[in-house]
Ligand binder design. Structure first.
Ligand SMILES: NC(=O)C1=CN([C@@H]2O[C@H](COP(=O)(O)OP(=O)(O)OC[C@H]3O[C@@H](n4cnc5c(N)ncnc54)[C@H](OP(=O)(O)O)[C@@H]3O)[C@@H](O)[C@H]2O)C=CC1
Ligand SMILES: O=C1O[C@H](COP(=O)(O)O)[C@@H](O)[C@H](O)[C@H]1O
Length: 508
């Protein structure tokens, strides 16, 4: 769970045990935009030496040079945003980079792999999800996942893992019928984020935090993942997916689990994943009526966001003109455990919003009594602890202080920790995950039971929305905080979302 630092000088780097990384889908977007930059960072940091080999697989005819040229022309800035520097680390990695053309469904591909591969291998499935099960089956049937004493075989599976509870269960069953859980690494790149891992440190390395971390002291928790990006060129994928499936049972639930899990007895992978699975399994599953009551769907219209004009979601390429797919979702969830009983968890995520901001806001209970003569309880807003996951990475603690002066009056102040931007600059989250796969640490990878628990909690929303033809998603203007209905979800409980942009009603 240590994040390799882009700056070699800062860390105690140890080359990882060597292996071959086989990337299925090496000519695709994920490989170029997120996987290669992470590998370059690891190489630069001294974690990968020149015995580390990469074998890319894709449809396209070609050889190692074709793949090297393709990836070499890509700017490895964070998430493909540019300004990255490949430099010597890329040249060194590229020397060990080869390519094999083939079809994932073709047995000849696996026969060739059997001849070519020896020693420890990580198979990375950067492929359309419909191939996850097939590739694992074929790898296993060709003996490619069989481990030896001195050679491991690990399979990394990308997201989305399933489309609903039934398909996630079926995929788990298919994969686990061939390869044991100990060799399967289901990726959720949010778990690779330094700031998500820091929630664990904040909770379990600080007595003052953990003692207050329960329903005695906390009144509500908000988890927000707001994006300014629109659906862009991903219409085909997104229209079949929507905001709920794309972000909630995976990324937002992993944050929720990190916030709510009990302290593991120790930090080995099984203990950590046991605790996460338990708490995800404790999210209340709603009936149809409750699911409608506790959810809000939105879909963006045409407008302006982050300085550019965007088309309405329904006018996006590969999106149905009458699509009812949500580009925004807000939920109120409950976690039925002693620690969290009665504490609402409000989750929201959406595209084309006014700001990019992923954050967790923990709101503590009001003071029981206003002691100062000149203040009323209403003048004493509750303390909030805010984990800024991205882009302004840090932790803020909102407290009340005495306003300097002769009167006793309070005002809000913030105790703030900000990450050194330089330390996070080049990290995509995949560095940490690659590092852990190569070390065989599964703590930050999703286990089958946790995946299914996540789908179990969101399935009632999918079912209720599918049945509820009358009310589709509520339109919202790009550049706002989302649909008005999301505000009402909290107003009903006498609360307001932590403001990420001007209030919706000011902008919409
Ligand atoms: N891109 C991203 O930002 C993210 C992607 N993911 C996940 O990563 C996975 C890959 O996504 P992405 O890279 O965007 O997808 P792409 O469609 O860009 O890439 C898919 C790759 O698979 C290859 N491929 C497809 N079908 C076959 C086949 N039958 N035989 C051989 N090769 C084949 C493609 O080759 P060719 O192009 O020649 O057909 C291409 O190399 C998906 O599961 C996605 O959900 C997860 C998070 C973020
Ligand atoms: O997996 C996904 O995550 C991204 C958001 O990830 P981030 O690291 O950029 O915050 C999201 O845009 C995409 O739709 C989803 O598939």
């Amino acid at each position: 769970m240590t994040t390799p630092n882009a700056d070699v000088g800062d860390v105690n780097t140890t080359a990882l045990p060597t292996a071959t990384l086989v990337i299925f889908g090496a000519t695709g977007d994920l490989a170029a935009r997120l996987l290669m930059p992470a590998l370059i960072t690891l190489r630069r940091g001294g974690y990968l030496d020149n015995r580390f080999k990469i074998l890319g697989i894709g449809h396209e005819e070609g050889d190692g040079k074709m793949l090297r040229d393709k990836l070499g022309s890509f700017d490895p800035g964070k998430g493909g945003e540019g300004d990255g520097e490949k430099g010597q680390a890329w040249d060194e990695l590229a020397q060990g980079l080869d390519y094999l053309a083939g079809d994932f469904a073709d047995d000849r591909l696996y026969a060739t792999l059997s001849e070519r591969l020896a020693g420890s291998v990580v198979f990375y499935l950067a492929v359309p999800p419909r191939f996850f099960g097939t590739i694992v089956e074929k790898l296993a049937d060709n003996g490619l996942t069989t481990e030896e004493d001195d050679a491991y075989r690990r399979v990394v599976v990308e997201k989305p893992f399933g489309h609903d509870l039934a398909s996630a269960k079926a995929l788990n069953a298919k994969i686990l019928s061939r390869v044991p859980e100990t060799q399967i690494y289901r990726i959720d790149h949010f778990l690779g984020k330094e700031t998500v891992q820091n929630i664990v440190a904040a909770r379990f390395a600080n007595t003052i935090v953990e003692k207050l971390w329960n329903n005695d002291c906390i009144q509500s928790v908000e988890i927000t993942a707001a994006e300014t990006v629109d659906v862009g060129t991903r219409g085909a994928f997104y229209d079949a997916t929507g905001a709920l499936r794309d972000m909630v049972p995976n990324h937002l639930f992993q944050i929720l689990a990190t916030i709510t899990m009990e302290a593991p007895a120790n930090f080995d992978a099984e203990s950590v994943r046991d605790e996460k699975a338990k708490v995800l399994g404790a999210i209340r599953t709603y009936d149809r009526h409750e699911a409608i009551e506790n959810s809000v769907r939105g879909q963006y219209e045409a407008g302006r966001v982050a300085g550019r004009e965007i088309a309405a979601y329904r006018d996006t390429a590969d999106v149905a003109a009458d699509s009812s797919t949500e580009t925004y979702v807000a939920l109120k969830l409950l976690v039925d455990t002693w620690r969290w009983a009665g504490v609402p968890f409000y989750l929201r995520t959406g595209k084309a919003l006014g700001v990019r901001d992923t954050e967790v806001v923990v709101t503590f209970r009001d003071v029981p009594f206003a002691s100062f003569p000149s203040t009323r309880n209403a003048d004493l807003p509750p303390n909030q602890m805010i984990f800024q996951i991205q882009p302004d990475e840090g932790i803020d603690m909102g407290i009340l202080i005495k306003r300097p002066g002769l009167e006793i009056a309070t005002e809000q102040a913030t105790l703030s920790y900000r990450y050194d931007k330089a330390e996070l600059a080049d990290l995509t989250g995949y560095e940490s995950l690659f590092h852990d796969v190569l070390r065989g640490d599964q703590s930050l990878f999703q286990r089958a039971d946790a995946i299914e628990a996540g789908w179990r909690a969101v399935q009632p929303f999918l079912d209720a929305w599918a049945e509820d033809d009358a009310t589709g998603p509520e339109p919202y203007a790009p550049g706002t905080a989302g649909p008005r209905g999301a505000e009402r979800l909290l107003e009903r409980d006498g609360r307001r979302w932590h403001a990420i942009v001007d209030r919706v009603e000011d902008k919409a």
